[in-house]
Design a protein around this ligand. Structure first.
Ligand SMILES: [Fe+2]
Ligand SMILES: [Fe+2]
Length: 309
């Protein structure tokens, strides 16, 4: 186990929060269709990816010999599974407003199905299966780097506050991103554990290669989803024909103007940490800040009250 993990004597728990979007307006970030559709991309992309991570981590569990890491992996799986369920409720909210999203979700699902135990339908030998498992967990660690960066941005900049956005959707996004910061080290620790103490150089080279694929694919998936949603909204007229570069550039403008979306460039700039041999997600976020924000979440408070009854 990475020594930094021992600094945090923290147990991951699932918070079974619930959200009701029946009163949430179509542009839940008020008067801002660009920011609304960009952030709504999360509702479509993450549930498929999160359930895929849960399956891969459950497959990895028999190989985990460290008790603390086993408990962290189980906590991670419980949290991610509940994130996926909560965003599925938000998918219904998009369907209610007439957005056609099912074809996009089905194609994403198909892509992730190709990345299961038998990749692209190939039968692997036992040692190849294990190597493929380390790659899948490495892909999860690369995705978690970005969700940690999004979470840190959310905790620091506090978007969607002060009546700039719908309180219910803001609560969902803030709860999710705070838990991303809370469990930010688990995928990386699991990846390093599976690669083994004696294979640190290989683990480093493999995770750099993985990021070379994940960063552009993750960016393109978010852009593609944003575009699909914007094209179905007459109020998003100025943005619906934005090409990739223009849309990414606009995130920086919108970040400076309204602070309602993260700048794409700050996400990419964060990769200067990932390329370091000393990289560990522990240094990329603040657990205490995440727990403090979670304790103020209306959905978490309602759950705590319910448990107390
Ligand atoms: Fe998540
Ligand atoms: Fe996560």
């Amino acid at each position: 186990m990475h020594p930094q993990q021992r600094l945090e004597n923290h147990t991951l728990n699932q918070r079974r929060v619930q959200f009701d979007f029946s009163q949430t307006p179509e542009h839940w970030i008020y008067d801002n269709p660009f920011a609304t559709h960009l952030i709504n991309a999360v509702h479509l992309i993450l549930p498929v990816g999160e359930l895929w991570m849960c399956r891969s981590f459950n497959e990895a569990l028999p190989y985990v010999t460290d008790e603390k890491l086993r408990s962290d992996v189980k906590g991670f799986v419980h949290q991610e599974a509940h994130h996926a369920s909560a965003h599925k409720v938000a998918q219904d909210y998009l369907r209610y407003y007439g957005y056609e999203i099912d074809e996009f979700i089905a194609s994403l699902d198909l892509i992730f199905k190709q990345l299961n135990t038998a990749p692209f339908g190939l039968a692997l030998a036992k040692n190849q299966e294990y190597r493929w498992l380390t790659i899948r967990v490495g892909i999860a660690a690369a995705i978690e780097h970005f969700t940690t960066m999004l979470g840190t941005w959310c905790l620091d900049d506090k978007p969607w506050q002060n009546k700039t956005a719908d309180a219910m959707m803001s609560d969902l996004m803030t709860w999710h991103l705070a838990e991303e910061v809370e469990h930010r080290s688990v995928a990386f620790d699991l990846y390093m554990h599976l690669c083994g103490e004696n294979n640190k150089a290989f683990a480093y080279l493999q995770r750099q290669t993985i990021m070379l694929a994940v960063a552009p694919l993750f960016t393109f998936a978010i852009y593609n989803c944003f575009k699909k949603l914007a094209q179905q909204d007459q109020h998003a007229h100025p943005y619906k024909n934005y090409g990739l570069i223009r849309a990414l550039g606009h995130t920086a403008i919108e970040n400076a103007r309204s602070k309602q979306v993260p700048s794409f460039f700050s996400m990419i700039f964060s990769l200067r940490h990932w390329v370091k041999t000393s990289y560990h997600p522990y240094h990329e976020g603040d657990t205490n800040k995440a727990l403090q924000v979670l304790s103020h979440s209306p959905a978490v408070k309602a759950l705590t009250k319910l448990r107390a009854c």
